[in-house]
Design a binder for this molecule. Structure first.
Ligand SMILES: [Zn+2]
Ligand SMILES: [Zn+2]
Length: 94
């Protein structure tokens, strides 16, 4: 059974995860885990971090030392529309 991922800074159980470009292959994204103490901000965690990013680095949290790029839209998730009835339906496909 695979072990649950731990914080990259202190090995505590991870509570936050974000993605960083792999040093070996920048087209590949590595998952980075952190505990609540070493977590980066929610905004930063929603972005993709550079290969040079050292987060979770206790010297930088809750920020990091790179300029993360905006995450590309996941093609598997289609936009939704909330109707006046409260129903959420798939939005129009572009
Ligand atoms: Zn930690
Ligand atoms: Zn970063």
């Amino acid at each position: 059974m695979p072990e649950a991922p731990g914080c990259a800074a202190c090995q505590a159980p991870a509570e936050v995860q974000w993605r960083r470009k792999s040093v070996a292959d920048p087209t590949h994204l590595d998952a980075v885990y952190a505990c609540a103490l070493h977590a980066i901000g929610l905004d930063a965690a929603a972005h993709i971090h550079q290969t040079t990013c050292t987060a979770p680095d206790p010297a930088h949290v809750p920020a990091c030392n790179c300029t993360p790029t905006v995450q590309p839209q996941d093609p598997g998730v289609s936009p939704t529309v909330t109707l006046t009835t409260g129903w959420v339906v798939s939005g129009p496909t572009p």
